[in-house]
Design a binder for this molecule. Structure first.
Ligand code: PLP
Length: 465
């Protein structure tokens, strides 16, 4: 043991890690060696062993103290990929977050008046300007926004929802469950495929607090279907004097020309049509941080603000820093240039093909067989589930099989997420930042120098070094 602990190569580690922690890792390395010997497997010897031991200790320490939440390269082609953290922030937005995070800020301090301010006010005027709504507020995420709305406006009373809109979204958002927790009573109307305006009319009674419309984010009901138009719903809400609340999900602020987004409701249009409250996510098509935005009639938004639940659902200063800058980019008309989600959505397929070809040229002839392949990206995040965006990928074939390569890519220095098609690993370049092409190149050139060994390798350690 002391052979390892007094090793000159470990001395610098003691400056960074507690001695006991280094000792524990050294013991683990020795245990592993003994295990190998007992199993009759080869172990390094002599001079080689002398170098092997401290190197292993260092690798283990680095693994143990590495951030558990790390950046990855998303080569899946799913732009708003929930499992990969949804929207990446714009670089200028991220820089502002970092600056604000490490200092004091005017989060709740009115700098002009020198008195207590409200965090809400940091974004409300931007939300008004961008959506045309009278008022707006923000909470933790869209699920929280809906909980707050229902709890404020409908506790103990009925909320009408079409049976075709009782959605479940990945990551355990189930509309009926959220509604139950809010204290509102779900009154389902219509059927799964057909709901008429008269279904809502017939269900309306004294106990009805509001009418809720929900964007069926991640599925489509096709074939023999009907749902009333938004205008009809607004008309009904006006006639019966109940608010119409619309959960639009993905947070498209204004209508987009992009083919994949043609059918997505835009918040501005929905407000313009007369919807009383609209809620949506901050980290889907909006391209900002996790947040739940609510815009609509001032009187209703004020009631939301006064609900004590708001205190529990509020956004922290980092969220506000990111959201305010993201919204400012929209106001400046710079979202297409600055926000990764919009850059990826709009990237011309031809540009992606050129990148795919270049990557193939650079890595061809190594341990992998590569070709340029037509691919289809998805918006993700519950927008346009069926709209495939034409894209280009590098398709990689290895003798060891696509599964092995896919697992290995996930264990790369910067983990790479990819999908498998026809025993090839497909790296869709639409969701890969252009500057990340070199990470793909490095990984493909390096395979299979450090093969995955029986699952023994911790993620994120494979590399060429
Ligand atoms: C994504 C989504 C939600 C949940 O949004 P979060 O911000 O993840 O809480 C709710 N409703 C709809 C329609 C959605 O698409």
């Amino acid at each position: 043991m002391s052979l390892v602990l007094d090793h000159p190569a470990l001395q610098e580690l003691y400056a960074v890690y507690p001695r006991a922690v280094v000792r524990a890792q050294a013991a683990a390395v020795l245990d592993e060696l003994r295990g190998r010997i007992a199993a009759g497997r080869p172990v390094p010897e002599g001079e080689e062993l002398f170098e092997f031991l401290p190197a292993q200790v260092r690798v283990r320490l680095e693994q143990r103290f590495r951030p558990t939440l790390r950046r990855v390269v998303n080569a899946t082609g799913v732009i708003v990929f929930t499992n990969a953290g949804r929207a990446p922030l714009g670089a200028a937005v991220a820089a502002h977050v970092a600056e604000t995070a490490a200092a004091y800020s005017n989060l709740e301090y009115d700098l002009e008046r020198g008195e207590r301010g409200k965090r809400d006010q940091l974004v409300e005027s931007r939300l008004r300007a961008l959506t045309g709504a009278e008022a707006g507020t923000v909470c933790n995420n869209a699920a929280a926004a809906l909980l707050l709305i229902l709890n404020t406006l409908a506790v103990g009373r009925k909320v009408l929802v079409s049976r075709g809109e009782l959605i479940e979204i990945g990551g355990s958002f189930r509309l009926p469950a959220v509604m139950e927790k809010s204290g509102a009573i779900l009154r389902e109307v219509g059927t799964t495929n057909k709901t008429r305006l008269s279904d809502y009319e017939e269900a309306l009674d004294e106990e009805t607090a509001l009418i809720l419309k929900v964007h069926p984010s991640n599925y489509r009901i096709v074939g023999f279907t009907h749902a009333p138009s938004l205008e009809e719903m607004v008309g009904l809400a006006r006639r019966c004097g109940r608010p119409l609340v619309y959960d639009v999900g993905s947070g498209l602020l204004e209508r987009s020309d992009l083919p994949a987004l043609r059918a997505e409701p835009a918040v501005g249009d929905v407000i313009h049509a007369g919807t009383d409250l609209v809620c949506f996510s901050g980290d889907k098509l909006l391209g900002g941080p996790q947040a739940g935005l609510v815009v609509g009639r001032a009187e209703l938004v004020d009631r939301l603000r006064r609900n004590p639940l708001m205190r529990a659902l509020r956004v922290d200063k980092l969220g506000y820093a990111a959201l305010e800058r993201t919204l400012a980019l929209y106001e400046q008309g710079r979202q297409q240039v600055e926000l990764p989600v919009w850059r990826m959505l709009a990237a011309p397929a031809e540009e992606l093909r050129v990148r795919a070809e270049r990557l193939c040229e650079r890595v061809g002839g190594g341990g992998v067989q590569v070709r340029v392949k037509q691919s289809w990206s998805l918006t993700g995040g519950g927008a346009a589930p069926e709209e495939r965006i034409p894209s280009w990928a590098v398709a990689v074939r290895v003798p060891e099989g696509a599964e092995r390569l896919e697992v290995w890519l996930r264990s790369f220095r910067i983990p790479i997420l990819a999908r498998i098609e026809d025993d090839e690993v497909c790296l869709d370049l639409r969701t890969v930042f252009p500057e990340q092409d070199e990470v793909l190149e490095e990984a493909l050139l390096c395979w299979p120098r450090e093969p995955v060994q029986g699952g023994g390798r911790a993620p994120g350690t494979a590399g060429c070094g």
